[in-house]
Design a protein around this ligand. Structure first.
Ligand code: NAP
Length: 498
């Protein structure tokens, strides 16, 4: 289909999908991008030069991205009177891989979320969210460095499929009658006739393709486990089926790579055989506490839509919040990477907010293109810049240092990519990440009354497991402030990302 309003770049080439589903990426791929609403321009203007600098440095000019600006959201509405123009969908379809900033979801205007629309139109069925700790980032956890997971969330089904009927509507009434009269559901399950109803479709095809992608990722990246997260104890035919179909994929399509938890118990004396990926399942509510208490035991999670939505934000919060959480929506070759936070409209145009989420989404995109060297350059420079205390307001307020602008943050990352002096001098206090030390532990103990926290001074891991949930939230902040006032914070030991 030809474009109606947009003119694609004259230079650059198209990415194509080979017959086996892999990508054929030219050295000059055309990548459509949506800048986004609200703070979208602030973060994009800081992020794009970082990605370009990394590609330049990694490949000495042999490779480059040819950006193709397309529109959605408020800007598209202003220019084309359309929140999601056909041209934009066509660009993502033709050029296969793209990236986007946050978009305003118009409230009460009767149109769907643009993000959901994009995912559904392009059948981007897997929402992929890596969650890992960047040293120096303020976190509510005692040892956030244990977090290093990738969440594969099903993107098209579940209660998010949008099959809902308003309480009192003829449709809801009809469905309720049908359930009672035709399917033998007890009438007492419904409290009167004013009941909103929703349908939770979970299909074999939808579940299997998601779990297949998650296991494939674990195989390609030599990761130790894939955990199927579900609530199958209660919702047996939806969430329970998701788990069963997931195990089926593991034991039929990836037999040589995988061993299930049951097999480990029955045949391998409780030990995962060397070189095998453990496929296990964990009930969703337990998964939330496991991510706090046994974080390091998890690697790849595969979840249905709703569970994954909650889990990915909670996990991101544990390593410092959505400001730097990257994401990608991936289908059969097609992929749109995106900043996971919203448009933060109150900061729009101030060159203030953290561009980390879109930069790290760009890292995911570079990896997806197979440009791993460039991706690693950005990742390393990003980490170095944060460790230098060169951070935007959101981290700065937690670290008690002066913030720099979004564009300055980008410029400092570029300097670190290129091995130059940063345009702004590193902040001296930045080498003190806000994680637990003896003094913080003592203050925490006082603040929460949690006895086991005392153990953290001796062995941070055992104490971490003993009292995980109580160490988050306001008590921690108060304790940190107290410990800081006592001039205490020692450098915490942090592990390198695997
Ligand atoms: P939001 O835009 O994510 O902002 C909520 C708060 O998160 C901000 O006030 C700010 O906290 C913090 N924040 C967000 N982005 C940040 C960044 N880059 N750096 C540092 N801090 C950041 O959520 P919202 O206010 O609920 O949503 C606003 C609009 O965004 C809505 O129209 C919503 O529909 C849309 N939205 C879009 C997407 C998407 O496109 N993917 C996702 C979610 C929401 P402080 O005030 O504490 O500094």
């Amino acid at each position: 289909m030809a474009f109606q309003h947009l003119t694609p770049p004259r230079e650059g080439s198209k990415i194509t999908i080979r017959a086996d589903g892999t990508l054929d990426v030219p050295d000059d791929p055309i990548i459509p991008h949506i800048v986004g609403d609200g703070t979208g321009p602030d973060i994009w203007n800081a992020a794009q030069p970082v990605l370009d600098a990394a590609v330049r440095k990694a490949y000495g000019g042999k490779k480059r991205i040819v950006w193709f600006r397309v529109f959605a959201g408020e800007e598209a509405f202003k220019q084309f009177n359309d929140w999601l123009p056909a041209d934009t969908l066509e660009a993502f379809r033709q050029y296969i891989v793209g990236i986007k900033g946050p978009l305003t979801t118009p409230v009460g205007k009767g149109i769907r979320s643009l993000n959901v629309a994009l995912r559904q139109e392009l059948d981007l069925y897997a929402c992929v969210r890596p969650v890992y700790y960047v040293q120096g980032v303020p976190s509510p956890m005692k040892d956030p460095s244990d977090m290093n997971i990738v969440i594969f969330r099903e993107n098209t089904e579940d209660v998010y499929a949008g099959v809902e009927f308003q309480a009192g509507s003829p449709e809801a009434k009809k469905l309720q009658d049908f359930l009672v009269k035709e399917l033998g559901v007890k009438a007492s399950k419904f409290r009167g006739s004013m009941v909103g109803l929703g349908i939770k479709p979970i299909s074999e095809e939808g579940s299997k393709r998601l779990v297949r992608k998650a296991i494939q990722y674990a195989v390609e990246n030599k990761l130790p486990s894939v955990t199927l997260v579900h609530k199958g104890n209660i919702m047996k035919f939806t969430e329970g089926a998701f788990m069963q179909w997931g195990y089926e994929v593991a034991t039929t399509e990836f037999r040589e790579h995988c061993v299930t938890w049951a097999e480990v118990q029955e045949k391998h004396g409780g030990k995962v055989p060397a070189g095998k990926i453990l496929v296990q399942d964990v009930i969703a509510d337990n998964m939330f506490q496991q991510l706090l208490t046994r974080t390091e035991n998890y690697s790849v999670l595969a979840t249905a839509n709703l569970n994954g939505d909650y889990l990915s934000d909670a996990a991101a919060g544990e390593v410092g919040g959505l400001g730097i959480a990257p994401g990608g929506n991936i289908g059969a070759g097609y992929a749109v990477f995106e900043a996971t936070h919203g448009t933060a409209p109150k900061y729009a145009g101030q060159d203030k907010v953290n561009p980390g989420s879109v930069i790290l989404s760009g890292v995911m995109m570079l990896e997806y293109l197979g440009w791993k060297e460039a991706a690693q350059l950005v990742r390393d420079a990003f980490q170095k810049t944060v460790a230098q205390g060169l951070v935007t307001y959101d981290f700065a307020r937690e670290m008690n240092i002066d913030p720099i602008k979004a564009s300055e943050f980008g410029a400092c990352i570029i300097a670190n990519i290129e091995g130059r002096k940063t345009p702004i001098a590193p902040r001296a206090s930045a080498s003190k990440p806000r994680t637990t030390t003896k003094k913080v532990v003592r203050a925490l103990e006082k603040a929460t009354g949690a006895r086991a926290l005392a153990k953290a001074a001796k062995g941070k891991k055992s104490a971490r497991r003993a009292t995980p949930a109580k160490t988050t939230g306001k008590a921690v902040n108060r304790a940190h402030a107290k410990a800081k006032a006592a001039k205490g914070a020692k450098k915490a030991t942090t592990k390198k990302r695997r």
